[in-house]
Design a protein around this ligand. Structure first.
Ligand code: ATP
Length: 236
């Protein structure tokens, strides 16, 4: 198959106006599933927004060796998609209509082909294709949001807290979906607060605190590292 997406970031800084949240971050997103952990307000969402061109950034971001564009629509064309926190579905539209919107970049035939593919990958959504998105459970809506993102056939999929507010069973299901997407060849970068479960499905991880990366490594090793154990797994 085609080469899997690989993101390299050097000296990334970003924030809001004069307020710098991220300072000179260096990190890499290799093929597979990478998770970014960290407390509330650490800058995790800001990091994804900066990569997606939703806020200005400084530094070097290379996607497979090429500069990542700065404008969001060009970033999408380059193969990067973000599922933002809060999902941002159109509640008065059906599941199918929401999926169609995710394929806005392609022609009618390609869109139909991708819808078929996405419904094959998310069989639960096929049963719900004509349900209004706003009437679905939180977990189902999150699934639609991920499926809609897959409609752009991303090479790098970014997920901002996919398990936020979901019941434990749905958390497991969403994290399993992220894992499966990575196994199928789309590189995944995921922000998660569910530290233990996220590390159980991820290949690698980073810990972000106050805008700086304070730990990184293979998920299995991170789980055992003192910084993660003391700050995030103390109660387990
Ligand atoms: P959470 O899990 O709570 O979303 P986070 O790690 O994603 O946390 P961010 O949302 O990236 O954190 O926020 C990082 C910092 O940037 C916080 O201090 C926050 O108040 C600030 N911030 C976020 N959005 C804005 C904004 N639109 N304007 C100004 N400051 C912002």
């Amino acid at each position: 198959g085609p080469q899997q997406a690989h993101l390299k970031v050097r000296n990334l800084s970003a924030g809001y106006g004069a307020f710098l949240v991220l300072r000179n971050l260096h990190f890499e997103v290799k093929p597979g599933l990478t998770v970014i952990l960290g407390p509330n307000g650490a800058g995790k969402t800001t990091l994804l927004k900066a990569l997606m061109g939703l806020i200005p950034r400084q530094g070097i971001v290379l996607l497979d060796g090429d500069d990542l564009p700065e404008k969001t629509h060009e970033i999408v064309k380059a193969g990067v998609t973000l599922v933002a926190e809060g999902r941002q579905l159109f509640p008065q539209m059906t599941v199918l209509e929401n999926l169609e919107l995710g394929g806005w970049l392609c022609d009618k035939h390609e869109r139909a082909r991708r819808i078929e593919q996405v419904l094959a990958d998310f069989p639960k959504l096929r049963e719900r294709a004509h349900q209004l998105a706003g009437t679905m459970s939180g977990g189902e809506q999150q699934m639609v949001a991920v499926a809609r993102a897959m409609m752009s056939a991303p090479r790098l999929l970014m997920l901002d807290e996919p398990s936020l507010g979901l019941a434990p069973k749905m958390v497991d299901e969403l994290l399993a979906i992220a894992r499966r997407i990575a196994d199928n060849g789309t590189t995944v970068l995921m922000v998660e607060q569910n530290v233990k479960k996220a590390l159980a499905v991820a290949d690698r991880g980073y810990v972000l605190e106050r805008g700086a990366l304070v730990a990184s490594g293979p998920a299995r090793l991170l789980e055992r590292s003192s910084v993660v154990r003391e700050a995030y797994l103390g109660a387990d």
